[in-house]
Design a protein around this ligand. Structure first.
Ligand code: FMN
Length: 376
């Protein structure tokens, strides 16, 4: 190993006691390749298997906790006990070569198309359409429905425990339901779940409590719980970094294992105020200190960028696209073969790199998402 990269390979122990063997996690990456009933396919499993053994932990694609929260056609499910065998296969495929397996659990709320949920109307905090062309106006959830979703996150966690996962990540980011409750854009409620910043925090915190209580009750071995957050929203009104600081202060009081940012670039400044160029990652790190480990993410392709983050006190870095393009990224750094890290790919590489067809089609539909070469 090249000496300067040694810090990347220093094991890390989360507060719950789970240890990973290096500072890299695979970011959650939806492959959109599950069966219609929410069970995983061989293609989904092969994607994880191919990437097991490099990163210390692999976070799965987001698994829905209720059918009405299924945001992606081909997304997989954690919504009933019937899914436990399917979830078990996912955990095993990740753990096969020694990575820890973290199940990302989510509800899409208004970011769900009626087509993926049998023509039903999606639900959200309020009847406010998400700022995306393809969305429809959702139906405001009743108090009973809110209660049910909070329990559903707990139930999905119990299934993750029974399926042998090492932890769950609560998906509080990317404009999905948890974020919709926190956002002044999508949450216009005037009951106990909305109206003030404090009330908008209630749903995310209730989900966290539900998950942590489940772990306390059901996990016999250390089991970690992380939380993913989008620190700002571009919408007006929208989540500000000050709002996020308040939520992080509350999250820091809970027994969470990490906060995982969802940002497109590791060193990105504010998206709401272009003059605030100080990276959100560092501002958040300053705010939470060492109370909860932080995971940085976003357009990291070279190990030097991971080192820079570690040097600034960020203990962990997640890689998304870099691990799609180069499943052996971590191994190549470890073996001193940094120059051999693949930086782009062509359609011919799809099978060798074990990229499921629906995922590949998704990339082809969004030019620039992956560095795809045209050579045939
Ligand atoms: C194909 C694809 C699928 C993704 N699926 C998820 C997901 O299921 N859950 C999630 O939180 N983020 C998801 N993301 C976002 C990534 O986790 C990550 O934050 C983003 O790609 C930025 O990291 P990168 O530049 O290293 O890829 C997805 C990204 C891509 C490209």
């Amino acid at each position: 190993m090249i000496k300067k990269y040694e810090p990347i390979f220093k094991p890390f122990t989360f507060p719950s006691g789970i240890t990973i063997r290096n500072r890299i996690l695979m970011a959650p990456l939806t492959t959109a390749s599950a069966f219609e009933n929410g069970m995983v396919t061989q293609d989904e499993l092969a994607f994880y298997e191919k990437r097991s053994g490099g990163a210390g932990a692999l976070i799965t694609a987001c698994a829905y906790v209720e059918k009405i929260g299924k945001a992606v056609a081909g997304g997989f499910s954690a919504d009933s006990d019937k899914m436990i065998p399917s979830l078990r296969k996912v955990a095993k495929s990740i753990q096969g070569k020694g990575s820890k397996a973290i199940l990302q659990i989510f509800h899409g709320g208004s970011m769900v198309s009626p087509q993926t949920i049998g023509g039903e109307t999606p639900v959200s905090a309020s009847a406010v359409r998400a700022a995306r062309d393809w969305t429809v106006t959702p139906r405001e959830m009743t108090e009973q429905e809110i209660d049910n979703v909070i329990k559903a996150f707990g139930e999905a966690t119990r299934r993750a425990i029974e399926a042998g996962f090492d932890g769950v990540e609560i998906h509080g980011a990317n404009m999905y339901l948890i974020q919709q409750f926190f956002s002044p854009y999508s949450n216009r409620r005037t009951d106990q779940w909305g109206g003030t910043l404090e009330k908008r925090m209630r749903f995310p915190l209730a989900v966290v409590k539900s998950v942590l209580n489940t772990v306390k009750k059901h996990a016999k071995n250390p089991f970690l719980v992380g939380y993913r957050i989008s620190p700002e929203e571009a919408e007006e009104p929208g989540i500000t970094i000050e709002d996020t600081f308040q939520l992080l202060d509350k999250l820091a009081e809970e027994n969470l294992d990490y906060i995982h940012l969802s940002i497109g670039e590791l060193w990105k400044g504010s998206i709401r105020n272009k003059e605030e160029t100080e990276p959100l990652l560092l501002r958040i790190h300053e705010r939470i200190g060492d109370k909860i480990p932080l995971i940085g993410v976003g357009s990291v392709w070279h190990p030097d960028e991971v080192l820079q983050a570690l040097e600034k006190g960020i203990p962990l870095v997640a890689l998304g696209r870099a691990l799609i393009v180069e499943p052996e990224w971590v191994q190549k750094v470890q073996k001193g073969r940094v120059n051999a890290i693949r930086k782009s790919l062509s359609a011919q590489d799809k099978e060798k790199l074990v990229i499921p067809d629906p995922m590949w089609e998704g990339f082809s539909a969004i030019p620039g998402w992956l560095p795809i070469r045209e050579d045939q």
